[in-house]
Ligand binder design. Structure first.
Ligand code: HEC
Ligand code: HEC
Ligand code: HEC
Ligand code: HEC
Ligand code: HEC
Ligand code: HEC
Length: 309
């Protein structure tokens, strides 16, 4: 029964944060802290393979660092490194920078490091971060099945997760209009005239749109039908967090949405289970409106024409 329930469980975003917090916690508990021996083995591999670019201390000041347009990262900077999950670091180290949208100046090491050795290197990197890394700081990557390929590999995991750029810096219309909006190419260029401008092929695509004065044809992900009215402003002003409706975007390398009606959910209703409504269905809007009005006296509408006019 439990098995069946789990395989049917729709990923309602409202429950995802709580659930993934639990999973994250379980993982953090399960992964035993790296032993001193593991860190020492990782340090030895680091000295052989990485020092030339990232430097003796890890600050990105190795002997060949100056030759790179995108400088080797400061691997000791805990503010940037600590939110990045092991999975991200392993992928960059084994498959090279481009696997996560970073510069090809970071080469792949899969031919030199097996999985166990890569884990040792990661354990070493975790040990040099300042402020220090603690398990649980890096939450697992969230991959939503069916997330579309975008014209530019733009990673929220890097921008909103690691660099912690605020959601509304880029989606600036959310608090003042119906739409959250997508950032213009100019907004991206505010940083990318410099960042990654010379050797990152994904950033070079951005420069190409800019030179042509073209906007980037992003593939739309979250969408309600035309006959429905959804305004961002009242929700943002009422303090509903972006993640409540969109999921943990800052942990996605590619944004995807598990939304809309689903057969599995309908079937659960049929057999008398009472699953939470799927995100972006009418039941989902109305359930939250009822709950919020009851809980904190908001005036979220329940009449048809508020959402259909
Ligand atoms: C030939 C130079 C070179 C070598 C050797 C090298 N790196 Fe890098 N590495 C880079 C550059 C350049 C970047 C920055 C990529 C970017 O920001 O676009 C980078 C980025 C990274 C990142 C991403 C960090 C972040 O900012 O998200 C990690 C992790 C990393 N390197 C680990 C390693 C490890 C571990 C080794 C040794 C096994 C290694 N690198 C060897 C050049 C190198
Ligand atoms: C506030 C500064 C800032 C803004 C605005 C910004 N970026 Fe970035 N971006 C960064 C930084 C910092 C990195 C990491 C650079 C590195 O380590 O190589 C990055 C990395 C990237 C990369 C390579 C890694 C990845 O995400 O795949 C791409 C592509 C990129 N940005 C595209 C964009 C686009 C498109 C926009 C506009 C929608 C944008 N950026 C806006 C700062 C910014
Ligand atoms: C540096 C700019 C930048 C930042 C910061 C940023 N985003 Fe985005 N966001 C984008 C771009 C560009 C896209 C379009 C490409 C894509 O879907 O990844 C996007 C797409 C989205 C989408 C999907 C839009 C659709 O098509 O339905 C959502 C939802 C979203 N962002 C929410 C967030 C949230 C929540 C945060 C903060 C945790 C955030 N974004 C931070 C630039 C940014
Ligand atoms: C109450 C739920 C809810 C909240 C809170 C919310 N959104 Fe949305 N968002 C939606 C829905 C529903 C859509 C689809 C709207 C449509 O199709 O017209 C959407 C669409 C988007 C889009 C696609 C482009 C657009 O403007 O329609 C972006 C980007 C986005 N949201 C970002 C954000 C950000 C950033 C925040 C937080 C500041 C946020 N959203 C808060 C429900 C929400
Ligand atoms: C997570 C909770 C939540 C979800 C999900 C949600 N809303 Fe709301 N909605 C609210 C709250 C809270 C308010 C009103 C707050 C107030 O009293 O100002 C509101 C207000 C509104 C308003 C009134 C706007 C105004 O100007 O008075 C409309 C229209 C609306 N929502 C449409 C929708 C639609 C359509 C959906 C589904 C696509 C949706 N909402 C999903 C919480 C939610
Ligand atoms: C809080 C917002 C909200 C309110 C209030 C609301 N709806 Fe909806 N309604 C939606 C959304 C969002 C959709 C589209 C979601 C979907 O396709 O599942 C929708 C879809 C529908 C559909 C199409 C259903 C389908 O299966 O395609 C009908 C018909 C409908 N609504 C009628 C009503 C009527 C009648 C009322 C008043 C009793 C009402 N709605 C109140 C948000 C709302």
């Amino acid at each position: 029964m439990l098995r069946r329930w789990r395989s049917w469980r729709p990923a309602g975003f409202l429950v995802v944060p709580a659930l993934s917090a639990l999973v994250g916690w379980a993982l953090a508990e399960a992964a035993a802290p790296a032993s001193d021996r593991e860190v020492a083995a990782g340090r030895a591999l680091y000295v052989t393979l990485c020092v030339v670019c990232h430097g003796e201390s890890g600050r990105g000041d190795g002997a060949s660092a100056a030759g790179f347009a995108t400088k080797p990262s400061d691997l000791t900077d805990g503010r940037l490194m600590n939110p990045l999950p092991d999975e991200f670091l392993v992928n960059v180290i084994r498959s090279g920078g481009p696997a996560e949208g970073l510069s090809p100046g970071m080469p792949p090491f899969a031919a030199y490091l097996g999985p166990a050795e890569t884990r040792q290197v990661v354990a070493y990197l975790r040990s040099i971060a300042r402020p220090p890394f603690r398990p649980g700081m890096a939450k697992p990557i969230v991959a939503v099945p069916g997330a579309p390929a975008q014209p530019v590999f733009f990673s929220h995991l890097i921008h909103a997760g690691s660099f912690q750029i605020g959601c509304q810096y880029c989606h600036a219309d959310a608090r003042r209009s119906d739409y959250a909006g997508l950032p213009s190419v100019e907004r991206c260029m505010g940083c990318h005239k410099i960042v990654g401008a010379q050797d990152n092929p994904e950033v070079l695509k951005l420069h190409d749109y800019w030179r042509r004065g073209a906007s980037i044809p992003w593939v739309r992900v979250f969408k309600v039908p035309e006959f429905t009215y959804f305004p961002h402003k009242p929700h943002v002003r009422a303090g509903v967090e972006c993640q409540t409706c969109h999921g943990p975007i800052e942990r996605m390398r590619v944004v995807g949405a598990d939304t809309g009606p689903a057969l599995s959910n309908d079937l659960m209703h049929l057999v008398g289970l009472n699953p939470p409504s799927r995100p972006l269905t009418m039941g989902w809007c109305v359930d939250c409106h009822r709950a919020e009005n009851a809980r904190r006296g908001t005036k979220a509408p329940l009449d048809c024409i508020a959402c259909h006019h």
